[in-house]
Write a protein that binds this ligand. Structure first.
Ligand code: B3K
Ligand code: ZN
Length: 881
């Protein structure tokens, strides 16, 4: 594992490398404990660099076997090496030479899952961001573009399948039961996109013909016997390929596109050129084993990795500070894809919920950083919601500001200009400025400044002068190492809603640029005056969630209820309800803290019943509208002195008030949706299941016994309904015999299938209350559980620490103590996973004092060992700072 050295990387220190490596040829002699890698690098000195300038290559935990230049082995004093570097102090003075490096690595003992490792008997690589240096010494940085030729040799019985990037150019048998293949990727690429897979896997094959008539062989490789579960992923891949042609005019460029699903993987998936590697969770699905959410994730992630072929691979990043250049843009593209495949409004609401749940707390806590960071100590810790999700929001805002036509022109120009480059955010913005007549200099702050901007808004109507006024004040809260913030350009979509629910069009506007329903907020304080507004409108703000901001608005509850029922923008309708829920829950929380029983507005409770049964709204929307803000969402909105137990009481009380008032309606609705029938994962069918399952939860809150949920569990014909019923049983009736039976039945039925068992771990890890700590500890000893597998760890420890607010934040600190020990245990094998888990502590300062003190103790425990990895040290020190 890479120990922390304290080194900090700064964007201003970027300079091009002294040497280039236009061609890289790799030969792998695979063996589980001692794989030998021979790298032949064509090296060219960059123009202007003095002959003899030392050549320093990166390495990580490598064993060097030999080094040669132009075929001649180097004398021991001609180079120096340690596991981290290979330095050739005085390389040939010729402009070009060939460097041959032989290294030896041990894939079977590589628990970091970076570089070359083994997962379920399969050799597999992960090189982004700095894993390639764990395979051979190299200039392992994203601006080092090289054309790769890869020869793989292995025992045929052990690894009949040998894959790498690009096209297959040669294959054959060797003596002793071994065989080989040669892959060539004609597109220059950075080392982080290198990939190799070797093993015994089953393939699902198909073909795609591109718009220009190129035939592409598609392959998805999975464990034997699981091919049928890859059909949905294959379908999603073909839809992604067509969509990118239609919407962005981007075609695939190689003869083959392969995807491999593996069971030990630190992240969702990886976009290696022509050979995507996936966490099997995001490939394998059928109705019996996957939920609708799994299907939607598979569709989105397959698309995301495929879309990287242009935004990431053909155009890559100059350095890791530019990560959002590929990630933010590609998330935006996958969001648009899913919106086109499903319901746009529902998709957008889900995005807003995700952003609030993951990015807002990051932006509002000690780990806040700009979408394009300026410093990092461990780049692995910057694959964050800010870079990805806020990065996507920034691209969306560019489209809002430019309009769809100029946005399309800007994208086209960006791709024409930078195809084959390692580019920067400045390059990206320049393409949009040059393709339109917009000045994006103030807007660019979205990339450079951390923190969630807030708009404080007040409105007034002057009936006599028929004027409606919106007063807007912007502020950006301070974030670590950025105390003073500059004023941002915020595109605020809005509508003035008249009595009949339709939008009022004013005769004129003064005080700000207002275009196509968007106010361009650019100053600290702005007053926008709308003339010709006879009746008092209800203002609908941040429609479509046009900017990733918070709003402080003095808006009357009846206006919000009016918007919840009538706004023409569905995202705003949902938002209005969500605001009302949040206000009610915070009010309830204060009552609980003050030893009073919480009370909730009856208008809101009645509106929920109406919305639930409003047939003009799609079921998926109704399901989202009925979903209360999560406990962590409420905690974030309260901000300080958090007592998760009181939030839980308030939230349960609101759920129960809603259930009580609308019980009969909910029951009739629930009965009206038939859970059986032929399964289809499409958005409409999934929406119906989502609504039915939200209703089931409300019905359970109001019920004396668990029979409804137990019946659904027994009769479910798909995993969505089964898992939902299991969760309702476990969370609403913990310890009840029907719950115990259901959990046991689930284990019996799916015990052999780790991905399905993750749902079982997750359900139990999230049962609220103080018992959760012991429950999770006990589950860690379950025979199917392993601290070495990231999916298991995330299902049990990850969900416990992020979703179980009352269990994790147990008042006596036992949740934190257990967590600290577990994180340190995981760190020994997989520092990246440990660091990611540890971010669950990031909001510790907003807790009430007793919990805060206990959380600090746990953080200090994690920080104590001297030999911490750079991954974990970086997170813990920033969290404690
Ligand atoms: N680019 C990869 C993420 C790599 C994460 C490394 N810690 C997957 C993706 O965003 O598409
Ligand atoms: Zn990505």
């Amino acid at each position: 594992m890479r120990k922390d050295t304290g080194q900090v990387f700064r964007i201003e220190d970027y300079r091009p490398s002294d040497y280039l490596i236009p061609r890289t040829s790799l030969a792998f002699a695979l063996s589980p404990e001692a794989t030998v890698v021979t790298a032949v690098l064509d090296i060219e000195r960059r123009q202007g660099i003095a002959p003899g300038t030392p050549l320093v290559l990166d390495g990580d935990e490598l064993t060097l076997v030999s080094v040669a230049i132009d075929g001649k082995p180097l004398a021991d004093d001609a180079f120096s090496s340690d596991p981290q570097h290979l330095t050739i102090a005085n390389p040939p003075h010729d402009e070009a030479f060939q460097l041959t490096i032989v290294t030896r690595i041990d894939p079977s003992r590589n628990g970091t899952l970076m570089g070359l490792f083994r997962t379920n008997g399969v050799y597999c690589t992960q090189c982004e961001p700095e894993g390639f240096r764990r395979i051979t010494y190299f200039t392992d940085r994203p601006d080092m573009l090289s054309v790769y030729t890869v020869r793989i040799e292995a025992e045929r019985a052990q690894a009949p399948l040998l894959l790498s990037n690009g096209n297959l150019v040669e294959q054959g048998d060797l003596a002793g039961g071994r065989h080989f293949v040669v892959w060539h990727d004609p597109f220059p690429k950075p080392s982080y996109l290198f990939a190799l897979v070797a093993g015994d896997l089953a393939g699902l094959h198909d073909e795609f013909t591109t718009a220009s008539g190129r035939k592409v062989a598609l392959g998805i490789y999975v464990e034997h016997g699981k091919q049928d579960r890859a059909a949905y992923a294959m379908d999603a891949l073909k839809r992604s390929m067509s969509w990118d042609e239609e919407v962005f005019g981007l075609e695939y460029d190689l003869d083959v596109f392969n995807i491999v699903a593996v069971s030990d993987f630190n992240m969702g998936a990886m976009e290696n050129k022509g050979l995507n590697i996936f966490n099997d969770k995001y490939v394998l699905a059928d109705e019996a084993t996957a939920t609708d959410a799994d299907f939607a994730n598979i569709e989105a992630i397959i698309a995301h990795e495929y879309f990287h072929n242009w935004t990431g691979n053909r155009i890559t990043c100059r350095d890791w500070f530019q990560l959002c250049l590929k990630e933010g843009l590609t998330v935006f593209r996958d969001h648009e894809f899913s919106a086109d495949q499903r319901s746009r409004a529902v998709k957008r609401i889900a995005e807003v919920r995700t952003l609030r749940a993951h990015q807002f707390p990051e932006d509002q806590g000690p780990l806040a950083h700009p979408v394009r960071p300026r410093r990092y100590r461990e780049i692995n810790n910057f694959y964050t919601a800010t870079v990805y999700e806020k990065g996507s929001e920034v691209v969306r805002m560019i489209r809002t500001i430019l309009g769809p036509d100029d946005f399309r022109k800007g994208m086209k120009l960006y791709i024409e200009r930078h195809d084959g480059d390692a580019a920067t955010i400045e390059d990206f913005l320049a393409a949009f400025e040059d393709a339109s007549d917009h000045d994006l200099s103030q807007f660019a702050l979205w990339y450079h400044q951390a923190g969630t901007p807030n708009l404080t808004i007040s409105t007034a109507h002057d009936a006599e002068h028929q004027e409606f006024r919106i007063e807007i004040e912007q502020s950006v809260p301070p974030t670590p190492s950025e105390s003073r913030k500059r004023l941002m350009h915020i595109p605020l979509a809005f509508g003035l809603v008249g009595e009949d629910g339709s939008d009022i069009t004013p005769t004129s506007v003064e005080g700000a640029t207002v275009e196509n329903g968007v106010i361009h907020v650019r100053k600290r304080r702005q007053i926008v005056r709308f003339q010709g507004v006879r009746e008092r409108p209800v203002v609908s703000l941040n429609r479509g969630f046009s900017a990733p901001i918070t709003l402080s608005v003095e808006q009357r509850a009846d206006d919000l209820l009016f918007l919840a029922r009538h706004d023409s923008d569905l995202v705003s309708r949902w938002q209005s309800l969500y605001t009302l829920f949040t206000d009610a829950l915070i009010h309830g929380f204060r009552s609980v803290r003050g030893q009073k029983a919480p009370e909730f507005p009856t208008g809101l409770i009645a509106a929920i019943g109406d919305i639930a049964s409003d047939e003009s709204l799609e079921p998926a929307f109704r399901a989202l509208a009925l979903t209360l803000p999560g406990e962590a969402d409420v905690a974030r909105d309260i901000g300080t002195n958090i007592d998760p137990d009181a939030i839980r009481v308030s939230r349960d009380a609101l759920a129960s008030a809603i259930a009580k008032a609308n019980g009969e309606r909910f029951q009739a609705l629930y009965d009206g949706f038939d859970g059986g029938g032929t399964f289809s994962p499409d958005a409409d069918s999934a929406g119906k299941r989502a609504l039915r399952n939200v209703l089931l939860d409300y019905l359970a809150v109001g019920a004396e016994d668990p029979s409804l949920a137990a019946r659904q569990f027994d009769q479910a014909t798909n995993m969505t309904d089964k898992a939902a019923a299991m969760t309702v049983l476990a969370h609403r009736f913990p310890g009840h015999a029907r719950t115990t039976d259901a959990l046991a039945a689930f284990e019996t039925q799916y015990g052999h299938d780790p991905l399905v068992m993750d749902k079982w771990y997750q359900t139990q890890a999230t049962i609220p209350g103080a018992d959760a700590v012991d429950r999770v500890k006990a589950l860690m000893t379950h025979q199917g559980f392993s601290l070495s597998n990231p999916n298991r760890v995330r299902a049990l420890i990850g969900t416990f620490s992020t979703l179980n607010q009352t269990g994790f934040h147990r008042a006596d600190g036992a949740g934190y103590t257990f967590f600290a020990e577990t994180v340190l245990e995981i760190e020994k094998r997989n520092p990246q996973l440990a660091a990611r888990l540890a971010t669950a502590m990031r909001s510790w300062r907003s807790l009430e004092p007793t919990r805060q003190a206990a959380a600090r103790e746990a953080l200090l425990t994690i920080a104590a060992p001297d030999d911490l990895s750079s991954d974990l040290r970086d997170i813990i020190e920033r969290t404690l700072a």
